[in-house]
Design a protein around this ligand. Structure first.
Ligand SMILES: [Zn+2]
Length: 305
């Protein structure tokens, strides 16, 4: 095949893969299992979007990598992407091993050199991934054994390696929160809670949020599962507004004045009857809310009441 034909094939595959992932997301199936990703069909043949063994996927008929992944880390372990921003605020993706010429690193470098869009699969649970796409590698840092990742078009415009001003850096980091940290937090919290509201058990995924116990932006307000609760929209808002609180012993407490209020069925069944209920917790102990976070947040609720 000619170089032109190769490039056209490469583009068709990347486009088809992105379309397939988008189609899934529109049907509430944004997360994909390793098995589902292995069954992707492109122009009549099976082309796994993710390699079972390797962190980087390069189909044999392509010249460059198609995807890379970050494995799931259980709560309590440092997420691999955390604190890995460079002086420019952009994320780094570490090489496979220490050899810049390892075939997987070479495949990623090709994607970087040709400015090709990649898919980043972020582990949500074992063998379950949240795809982020398109993303680009915008620099190679062989000294540090890593590539610089841009999560969207705006980040692609940043010149990697330069220390940037506070304002600029904050902007870059806000994009990272929006494109990566928040969606990953939401997916991991919902997954941990079995896609159910911890207070009322509502199971409708599109009506659920991952609520922060300690709000985002405050010290200890980081987007980790033990700082999260899966809550439905109503209970999330009620929690944020201190209409109800969650005691450190995991019981729901509805604010006294709200308990006396007379209103329709939503207030009665949806809020007042939740008073004294035990919230449901993730099966995995390490995913439970941290007690000190619940205590700090409950104190805020009490002083607001
Ligand atoms: Zn609820």
């Amino acid at each position: 095949m000619s170089i032109m034909e190769d490039a056209a094939l490469d583009l068709r595959l990347r486009t088809a893969a992105a379309d397939w992932l988008t189609e899934r997301a529109q049907h509430q199936r944004e997360l994909a299992t390793q098995a589902e990703l292995a069954e992707f069909i492109f122009e009549g043949r099976r082309v796994a979007l993710l390699d079972r063994q390797r962190g980087i996927r390069k189909p044999a008929f392509l010249d460059a990598a198609l995807s890379f992944r970050t494995r799931y880390t259980p709560p309590g372990h440092l997420p691999p992407y955390e604190d890995r921003e460079g002086p420019d605020g952009l994320l780094r993706y570490k090489y496979r091993g220490e050899d810049p010429e390892h075939p997987e690193n070479v495949a990623l470098r090709r994607a970087y050199e040709h400015g090709l869009p990649l898919i980043w699969f972020v582990g949500i649970a074992p063998a379950l991934y949240l795809p982020r796409y398109p993303v680009w590698l915008i620099a190679d840092e062989p000294q540090q054994l890593q590539f610089v990742v841009a999560l969207d078009e705006a980040q692609r415009l940043i010149v990697p390696g330069d220390a940037v001003g506070t304002e600029r850096r904050r902007y870059v980091e806000r994009l990272t929160r929006l494109r990566l940290h928040q969606p990953v937090f939401r997916a991991r919290v919902l997954q941990a809670y079995g896609t159910r509201c911890a207070i009322c058990q509502l199971r409708h995924g599109s009506l659920l949020d991952a609520a922060h116990i300690i709000p985002d932006g405050q010290p200890a307000g980081d987007p980790v599962v033990p700082n999260g609760l899966a809550l439905c929209k109503i209970h999330h808002a009620a929690f944020d507004q201190n209409i109800l609180g969650i005691r450190p012993d995991h019981r729901v407490e509805v604010r006294p004045d709200i308990r006396k209020e007379v209103d329709g069925p939503m207030l009665r069944h949806g809020i007042q009857e939740m008073h004294g209920r035990q919230i449901s917790l993730p099966r995995q102990r390490s995913a439970h809310p941290h007690r000190h976070r619940l205590e700090a947040r409950y104190e805020k609720f009490r002083t607001a009441a």
